[in-house]
Structures are given as C-alpha cells and as structure tokens.
Design a protein around this ligand. Structure first.
Ligand code: 4AD
Ligand code: MG
Length: 462
C-alpha cells in the first residue's frame, strides 16, 4: 500500500479509512494496555500519533519502536480523542524498518544545544529546529526560481571551476590534479601549471557574476544560483567558506532599476515564507527569536531607506557612538557600523550606494566624481550586508584603465572585455547570499545552522 505523508494525513478528514505512514519515532510511551508513538517524517513540524493496542502486538515489537527507529504503520485514520492533534492512526500492523538503540541514539527528548547539534549535523535533521530551518530553506530556493521565472529571467549555470578571480579578492581555493608531493616544475623551479589538468591555474569560483554578465548581454535578464567559495579566514557567525549565492544580471538596468529589483525580490521571498511556512515560523518565533515574524512582516511592509555611503558615513561619525573600530571616509564599513545604521538609526533595511572606488571591485560603474562607484549594498537588521551589487562599467576604455590601475592581470579577462567591445550596454546586477537570507528568515543566529553541512575555517566534517 502506498504511504501518505504525515502533512497530508493531518489535514485529511478521518473516516476510519486505512492508511499507511512511514517515518522516524520521536517518542514512545508504552503502558500496560496501549502504546502512544509519536511519528515524524519531516513533511511538517507536527508528529502523527500512533495508537497501538497492547493486545494486538507482541510486547517486543512495541518496545523496539523506540526513539530514532524507522517504522511503517498501517491502520485506521480516526479523529483523535486526545488534545494536541486532529487525527491519529489506530495501528493494525507495525513494521520496524530500521531499529535504533535508544541507549546510544544521540538525540534525546530533552532537547540539545545548537552547538552540540552541530557536532552531529548528520542527525540534526531529525530535530524540530532543523526540520523547520530546512523546510524554510527549501521554500526560499523554490521562491527564488519562481520570482525570476515569472519575470522572464533565465537560470544560467556558471562554472564552479574558474581560471579568473572575479572579485580580485585573492582568497580562493586552488583546484589541481597535480601530485602535491611531487609537482611538475618549470626549468626555473616554479610549479608548472601548464602541465596541470586544465593547462593553467584554476580555482573554485567566488562568484558567477562575470560569466553571468556574458549571458545578460545576450539573453537580457539572467540569474545564477550556485555554490561559491571563499578562502578568507573569517570565523564569524555570518561567514562560510562555501555558501550559495543568487546573482541576477540585467541588460538595460541602471543602479536605480537594480535597487528596485533587489527590494522587490527580498520582499517577495519573505512574503513567500510568511505565506507558506507558518507553522515552522511560529515554532522558531517561540524557540529562538520572539520578534521573528514581526521582523519579517516589517520588511515586507516598509520601503527600504536609500542613502549614499558618504551620507551613511556622516551619520556614523556624528553619532558619537563608541565603535570597536573607528572609521572614516574611504574605510569599509564593518558589520557593527552597518547594524548601527539599520537597527539603531533608521530601524529599517537600508540600501547604501556610491561607495569609494578603492574598496569595491574593478567592474563597478565609475561615477563622474572620480572617487566613487555605482555600488549598492543592502543592509538588514541582525545580518548586516545581505546583498552586494552595482551598475557595471560598460565603457571599454574606462574598464581597462581601472583593471590596469588595480594591477589585475588583464590577460585572463579578454573574454569579459569582449562584451564591452561588441555591443556593450548599460547593465547591472547583484548577489544575494543565500544563507544570510535563510538566517534572516529563520531567526537563527549562526550561519552554520542554516546550511546542512557547513564549511568554515577548520570545519569540513561530513
Ligand atoms: O558582496 P559580494 O562579495 O558580491 C559579489 O560576489 C558580487 N559578484 C555580486 C554581484 O554583484 N553579482 O557577495 C554577495 C553576497 C554578500 O552580500 C553576502 O550576502 C554574501 O554574498 N556573502 C557571504 N555569505 C556567506 N559567507 C561569506 N563568506 C560571504 N561572502 C559574501
Ligand atoms: Mg559585498
């Protein structure tokens, strides 16, 4: 008999119909006459109650359907007489699909710290918290495709292995097939990458943007959604070494169009979760952040505040607040400054634009003042920067000059520069850090708790 997901059983009217449910036992209260088994299959937060009459089943069977075991139950779906659930299954047959010894099963009913659960990330999916987080993560991923598809954007797969360093950041993971104990050398003793797998130096990508621009200058509006890698030694609750990024890139968009799209996009995604993940949000609101739902609603209902970097810096400096790092015009904002603007000063998401060119990437559109570029960062409460983007420099000469000024190897960028030689146009794009979005939407406080298997400095278990 095909089995039903618990989510659908819980919303089915019970008329004693025969149903089968499969899942993992969360708890088992076996008394003299009856066993109550709480079953969860991850389809929703709630468990399904299984009632097993002690007369009908051997005691050993009931005793082995313990916390952690995987079972299949067939029986009648009836209205539950107990409070707490609309329906329950009165079991006619129970099969143990996979036994589990509760004495050594790491997940106990008492609840565990998030730190402990990170150590057993292979099992943490089976907790209410991680079930809720990963269902919301899924909803957001789905909504991202829906948003762009509805607007006629095409999903473009950009490469994961790359020969270029998009951001000029230099913090990349090398990809090689060489024998590291015995690498091939050139006559002057350097490693001979010409003899490596790709015949050149290659890395894991930090961003799909440059390739995305090539797509946009033909398909008009594209987006990427893939893993990106950064070898920075940033051990914070907001940084991962492997994270997923969504990067739309649009021909004929200037910075204003880009800002509008980004704001609509974030609001759409958050509204999607409010509409589709109510039960999970209520759980996380109760357990981790009592302002979560209020914060999500706030973002969907209020306009983001727009100001330039220079205006933002002015506010920071005049605030008189003691920051850990005092900054001035030209410095990059640290998360403490971003969060001050958003959480204390404006109390609403902020889009900062027109940053000094020296703290931004080479490809950003240069402003007439010669000092700033048409960059935009979106800053969110509790998160800091959630989106980074810009209008792109579409002028060939200006772009090449900037590449030279920044001492970037233009040899590797000929393909990128070709877009500015053949039919260039005004275009813009941005990158949304997917885990930072999930962090915001779930109210969790550590980015390691919103990706199934986090990669961070000294952290690559599983
Ligand atoms: O600001 P970033 O570095 O921008 C880019 O990579 C551009 N190429 C995007 C574009 O214009 N197409 O990164 C974009 C976003 C950040 O705003 C942040 O949300 C996230 O990616 N991010 C990280 N998330 C987790 N861990 C890290 N180490 C991150 N670094 C950036
Ligand atoms: Mg950035």
């Amino acid at each position: 008999m095909p089995h039903s997901k618990i989510k659908s059983l819980l919303s089915t009217s019970p008329v004693s119909q025969e149903v089968t449910s499969k899942g993992w036992v969360r708890s088992n209260r076996t008394g003299k006459n009856v066993s109550f088994i709480a079953l969860n299959d991850g389809s929703c937060l709630a468990n399904l109650q299984i009632v097993a009459d002690a007369q009908k089943f051997p005691k050993e069977l009931l005793m082995s359907a313990q916390t952690g075991a995987c079972i299949s139950v067939t029986g009648k779906l009836v209205a539950s007489t107990g409070s707490g659930q609309p329906v329950e299954i009165q079991a006619d047959s129970i099969e143990i699909l996979g036994a589990s010894d509760p004495a050594v099963y790491p997940l106990q009913k008492k609840g565990h710290s998030l730190e402990f659960l990170r150590e057993i990330a292979h099992l943490r999916f089976r907790t209410n918290t991680f079930g809720a987080v990963f269902r919301i993560r899924h909803s957001l991923a789905y909504a991202i495709h829906e948003f762009f598809h509805k607007r006629g954007f095409y999903y473009l797969h950009t490469p994961i292995i790359t020969g270029s360093d998009c951001e000029g950041a230099g913090a990349m993971f090398r990809v090689t097939a060489m024998d590291l104990k015995n690498p091939l050398k050139t006559p002057n003793g350097d490693i001979d990458f010409a003899k490596d797998f790709f015949g050149k130096e290659t890395y894991l990508t930090v961003s799909g943007q440059l390739e995305g621009e090539l797509g946009a200058l033909a398909l008009s509006e594209i987006y990427t959604f893939g893993p990106t890698f950064r070898a920075e030694n940033s051990n914070t609750t907001r940084h991962l070494s492997e994270f997923w990024m969504i990067e739309p890139e649009m021909a004929f968009y200037d910075l204003k169009d880009n800002m509008r799209l980004a704001e609509d996009f974030l609001k759409y995604l958050i509204q999607f979760v409010l509409d589709n993940n109510k039960e999970d949000l209520e759980f996380l609101n109760k357990m981790y952040d009592s302002t979560l739902i209020e914060k999500l609603r706030f973002v969907t209902q209020n306009n983001f505040r727009h100001l330039t970097y220079t205006e933002g810096m002015d506010i920071i400096q005049k605030s008189g607040k003691k920051f850990e790092l005092q900054i001035q015009w030209g410095s990059d904002l640290q998360s403490e400054h971003e969060r001050f603007l958003v959480e204390e000063h404006f109390k609403t998401p902020v889009i900062l634009t027109d940053y000094p060119k020296d703290i931004k990437a080479f490809y950003m559109k240069q402003n007439e003042d010669g000092k700033t570029v048409r960059a935009m960062d979106i800053l969110f409460p509790g998160i800091g920067e959630i989106i980074g983007g810009s209008q792109r420099e579409e002028n060939y000469e200006k772009l090449v000059n900037r590449i030279r000024e920044m001492k970037i190897d233009e040899k590797n960028l000929g393909w990128y520069l070709d877009t500015r030689r053949f039919g260039t146009c005004v275009h813009s794009g941005f990158g949304l850090g997917f885990e930072r979005l999930v962090l915001f939407a779930t109210g969790m406080s550590n980015i390691r708790d919103v990706i199934p298997f986090p990669r961070a400095p000294k952290e690559a278990a599983f």
